[in-house]
Write a protein of this length. Sequence first.
Length: 284
Amino acid sequence: MRLSELNTGEKGVIVKVLGHGGFRKRIVEMGFIKGKTVEVLLNAPLRDPIKYKVMGYEISLRRQEAEMIEIISEQEAKEQAVQPDYHEGLGENMHLGEDELKQLALGKRRTINVALVGNPNCGKTSLFNIASGSHEHVGNYSGVTVDAKEGYFDFQGYHFRVVDLPGTYSLSAYSPEEIYVRRHIINETPDIVINVVDSSNLERNLYLTTQLIDMNVRMVIALNMYDELEASGNMLDYVKLSQLFGVPMLPTVSRSGKGIEQLFHVIINIYEGCDFLDHKGRIR
């Protein structure tokens, strides 16, 4: 549920903060951090603003901002806590402490929503298939992905929901594909965007990458078809390029699955707020 759904006097534990860029940074700096308990102090008669108490501070948010914060209610936490998977044998009148509520919220938020974005024919759907185990049709012509496809899989204790978006060359609002991809990123606010790039045609593919960077989305770049780049005799210092763009880049080969596991390790690090580079500037 969303923070805006709580009534005056109710409490919840923050699961995740949606949104991108400056908005997300500002909300987190206010104290709306995953695992923290937040209480509704006052709902204004005209719906806005709503006064909350979090980390000992009283903060007012617009309802539209509160809708971007996902929570687990105390009642929901209590109902989950009496299930055998959580606390077997606890009575109905038990009281959960801050640490217990935090652990329940952290367990609930181990679902990572991922969006695959890339040019047509960059191997995006092949990466989707090998990651999710799905068997979607893959072709070598433009527009094979005419609608979004969803896949689910578990990895390293996380549940991934992967959405394969239509192939597009840009995020301008001209074609149906461009509009669809832009709206999905803005409205669905995926936790991580995988920008799948054809390594053998960087100049064309990186135009879309720069537009994604301008949208301030959390992103990792899959340098796909990297075997074709190497076979051509060319070399790419993707570590340096990653530092220049400020976005992690990893070579992948969707046909064989090379680099896919490391890609999702980096996604988990980004999701948890860790740095993706070690002290020598290499991808971790």
